[in-house]
Design a protein around this ligand. Sequence first.
Ligand code: COA
Length: 249
Amino acid sequence: MFTRDQRSFETEAGLPCGSPGLPTHLPQLFPKFVAQRSVTLDRCSRDTEFLAGRLCARAALAELCGGAMDISLPIGDSGAPVWPRGFIGSISHAAGLVSAVVAPAARARGIGFDIEAITPESTARTILDDLATVEETTLAQDGHSEIAPGVTALFSLKEAVFKCLYPIVRTYFDFRDVTVESLDLKSGRARVRLVSPVLTGQLGEIVLDGRVAVSGGIIFAGVLLPNEPAAALMPASEGRFRATTTACN
Ligand SMILES: CC(C)(COP(=O)(O)OP(=O)(O)OC[C@H]1O[C@@H](n2cnc3c(N)ncnc32)[C@H](O)[C@@H]1OP(=O)(O)O)[C@@H](O)C(=O)NCCC(=O)NCCS
């Protein structure tokens, strides 16, 4: 993540960065063509998180472009960042961690990334009804008495799907408009089916391949809608994001 210019990044930003600043537990969920930059913050105000997200995004764009980019990344439709032509990206901030992922639009149509602190058990049980079907609840539970990690993963995955697809469909959709068909926190694999006509009407009946990781009490979730045929992308055997969509009919 921050390997080359972490120090100058923090100094330039004047951010209240945590020490040592490098989120060592941040898992890599995406294939190599995705640039990711992250920073930890000591103090989290909304302004600071916003600024840090923009700086992470610019640093990730600079990595893809091989040099700094002087761009503003304005706030667009419904809060989604406006990425420069030729790029897509996603930003998340939670639990003192801020991260941006950016990909060339030639490689992916959409990308969504989300970070969530694992919710308390009581909250997990409260939000489950709004979030999940009976089948998804079973997935989240996975035979454990504690459901908080699984429920947070469901939530985070769906937030990542929203960030990935909203800039394409430009329509608000809800937790019930997508279904998590499989979720395995051990392998980090997940599959998310688009079920609502709001989505399938524009994108077809596809299943998105997702990735989730649990580290330090935090859930990380990523989803990528590829631009290329599945075969051209990273195979699952490489242990990274498989980045396929599967036509269901
Ligand atoms: C927008 C939303 C997904 C943000 O997620 P969050 O967990 O609350 O917060 P995060 O820190 O992870 O993400 C915030 C970032 O999301 C991005 N974002 C906001 N609205 C967005 C949108 N419409 N499309 C894509 N990305 C968006 C922004 O980059 C924002 O950070 P910034 O304001 O600093 O630029 C969430 O607040 C929301 O509105 N959810 C309801 C819709 C939803 O999730 N439906 C479920 C679909 S299955």
